[in-house]
Design a protein. Structure first.
Length: 108
């Protein structure tokens, strides 16, 4: 996810296949999925969950694809499910950690 709250891009933005991006999703996607009857989990690395819980929102990342501080300032660490330990994330190269957020949504 590129930002904390769902919104359209402020300037035209394209996916790698040159299709237009209409929405940049944020943490509020969870609320939308749950209101549609899904059970939702946000799957992350342990390092991301721990960082958010500690209030450590910035690694200094300044890429144009994601606003790290905005994204993480909207995250609730109590709703994050760690599926990769710090060691596993290092081994598999899950860096930067905020770019490895996956939604698991199951229709209830």
């Amino acid at each position: 996810m590129p930002q904390g709250r769902t919104a359209p891009p402020t300037t035209p933005e394209y996916h790698s296949d040159d299709t237009l991006v209409y929405w940049r999703f944020g943490w509020d996607l969870r609320d939308q999925l749950e209101s549609a009857g899904f059970t939702v989990s946000a799957l992350v690395t342990a390092s991301l969950r721990d960082r958010v819980a500690a209030g450590e929102l910035s690694t200094g990342y300044d890429g144009p694809d994601c606003d790290e501080v905005d994204l993480l300032s909207h995250a609730d660490p109590t709703t994050l499910t760690a599926v990769a330990s710090v060691q596993q994330a290092q081994r598999f190269g899950f860096r930067p950690d905020f770019q490895f957020i996956t939604w698991d949504a199951t229709k209830a």
